[in-house]
Design a protein around this ligand. Structure first.
Ligand code: MN
Length: 262
């Protein structure tokens, strides 16, 4: 599955990960990378089936449900790519600056917005339509990728008109913090340090206080790292419940379980 990805790149000359197929953690992740290459575009990647299913979105994603953003299906990327940010040197495939524009979790869902398994999601993808509920810093709620014509690479990325959708003009470019190339190069890879101990885990810990282990209880204050780890484990359980119950609300609720505001 990563054959095409590897064929296009010489890993001696690019800082991009060579990567391999990887099993997903308890929650599926997504990333949107702003890629200032020959043509500026946003790479939208969903962790699925051990790789990152990827689309290049020239205009970037939109939170306005009236927008239909062209999304060109591109080769699968290794999961390691999810926190890649940096400069791909001239002469290499995709040469230019890559920065993380948004990241977070997502749940693949069916037509009724009920959570589905990765296997089912692959089937939907193959049939040219994949709905999902997302929780990022910029993107949230229900989205869909719809293929325009069978066997073609052109898809549309559309935001569903849910409570997170906006009515105003949405421009991804206006939402990036100004970073110089040098800064991205130096700090880029560290981008996702924030992401690893991300909000869902933090707030989940707040909501469902984790049982203190003997060790943690003796330390004051409880080490943040340990709390986050436990919280991640805790949040994992509801996934199965959500799948079993699977009401329209469940998927959205579950993604947002951690945080009310965005
Ligand atoms: Mn790209």
């Amino acid at each position: 599955m990563l054959k095409e990805y590897k064929k296009k790149r010489n890993f001696r000359n690019t800082p991009e990960p060579s990567g391999r197929k990887q099993r997903a953690g308890k929650q599926l992740r997504f990333v949107v990378q702003r890629h200032d290459a020959t043509r500026l575009h946003y790479d939208f990647r969903l962790e699925l089936d051990g790789v990152l299913k990827s689309w290049a979105v020239p205009k970037g994603p939109s939170m306005n449900s009236a927008d239909k953003r062209l999304a060109v299906h591109v080769e699968d990327h290794p999961v390691d790519y999810i926190d890649f940010a940096g400069i791909i040197p001239e002469g290499n495939y995709g040469a230019g600056v890559v920065q993380v524009w948004d990241h977070g979790y997502y749940i693949p869902v069916n037509a009724e917005i009920e959570p589905i398994t990765e296997k089912e999601a692959l089937k939907w993808l193959k049939n040219g339509e994949l709905k999902f509920v997302i929780k990022g810093s910029k993107l949230s709620g229900e989205f869909v990728f719809v293929r325009l014509k069978r066997d073609e690479k052109n898809w549309l990325l559309i935001k569903h008109n849910d409570e997170f959708a906006v009515k105003t003009k949405y421009d991804a470019e206006k939402l990036i913090k100004g970073k110089s190339k040098k800064e991205i190069f130096e700090k880029g890879a560290g981008n996702l340090a924030v992401w690893n101990s991300d909000r869902p885990a933090k707030s989940a810990a707040k909501k469902s206080p984790v049982r203190k282990t003997a060790k943690a209880a003796t330390k004051k204050p409880a080490p943040r790292k340990a709390a986050t780890k436990t919280a991640v484990k805790k949040t994992a359980k509801p996934v199965k419940k959500a799948v079993a119950k699977s009401t329209r609300k469940t998927a959205t609720k579950r993604v947002y379980a951690g945080k009310k505001t965005r």
